[in-house]
Design a protein around this ligand. Sequence first.
Ligand code: PLP
Length: 307
Amino acid sequence: MPMPQSEFIWFDGEFVPWGDAKVHVLAHAMHYGSSVFEGIRCYETPRGPAVFRLGKHVRRLFDGCRVYRMEIPYSQETIAQAIKDTVSKNGLRSCYIRPLVWRGYGQLGVEPRTCPVQVMVAAWDWGTYLGDDALEQGVDIGVSSWRRAAPDTFPSMVKGGGHYMNSQLIRMEAADNGYSEAIALDVYGYVSEGSGENIFLVRDNVLSTPQVGTSLLGGITRDSVITIARDLGYTVQERPIAREELYMAEELFFAGTAVEISPVRSVDHMVVGQGKRGPVTAALQKAFFERVRGEAPDPYGWLDYVR
Ligand SMILES: Cc1ncc(COP(=O)(O)O)c(C=O)c1O
C-alpha cells in the first residue's frame, strides 16, 4: 500500500510540493546510509494539534548529527518551528512527523565531509503501527537471530539511517516467521530492543527495561513510560535483562513513537501472562494517552501546541 501523502515537505528551508522533494541518486546518504532522522507524533488535543516532546526529539536529532560530524545549517529552534509549520501547512491534526538530515550530492568517497548537509521535514496521517488491534489485543513476537550492534560499532543512541539495515533484517525475519515484530538481543546475549521500539517487562508490579548505553536507542517513549510509571507509584529498573526473563514476565510491552505502548501477548509462541493486555500495561497506556491527547495535566510540558 502506498503511504499517505500530504501536500508539502519542508526541504532545506522552504516548502515544496510533496512530489518535488527529490534527491540525486549519487547523494552520499543513498550509498552509505549517511543520515540521521527522527520520528515524532503530533496528537489532536482540545487545544488543537500538539507535538509530543518536540524539544527532546530535536535535541536527539542534533546530538546524533554531532556524533556523525554533520553540521546542521539551522538552529534547533528553526527545526522545531519547521516541524510545527509542516503540521499546520498541511492542515494535519494528528500525524507522524519525519525530520531527516542527510549527506547530499558531492562526492562518493567514504569520508563524507565535503558533501552538503541537507534537511527535510515531512508529516502525514499515520494510525497505529502494528495494526489496529495491537494496542488492545497485543502482538505475537519472537526473539530474533540477528543481534543488535556491539557498543563500539554503531552508536546506538543515534537514530542513524544506516543503523536501520539491522532493524530491517530483524523485522523481515519476524514477518517471515509469522510474528508482528521481534526482540533482538545485544552482543552479550542480553535483551536489547525491537526493530523500532524499546521493550519493558512487568513482574510483581515492578517494571524492568534494558539500560541505555549498550545497544539501544534511548527512546523518548521509553523515557515517558518510566516517568509516568514512577508517577503512578511503580518501581522501574533499568538493568541487563536475560532472555529467559521474557518467558517469565507477567506482562511485556513495547514502547516507541510508532507503536506507542503496545502489549505483547506471546514471545516465541509462549503466552505472556493471560495472553492479553495486563493491568499494569493498561494503566500506563491510559495515563500515556490521556497525557498525549491533552486530557490530563501536562506537568512536564510535553505538549508543544502547533497553534
Ligand atoms: C531502534 C529503535 N528503538 C527504540 C525506538 C523508540 O524511540 P522513541 O520512543 O523515541 O520513538 C525507536 C524509534 O524511534 C527505534 O527505531
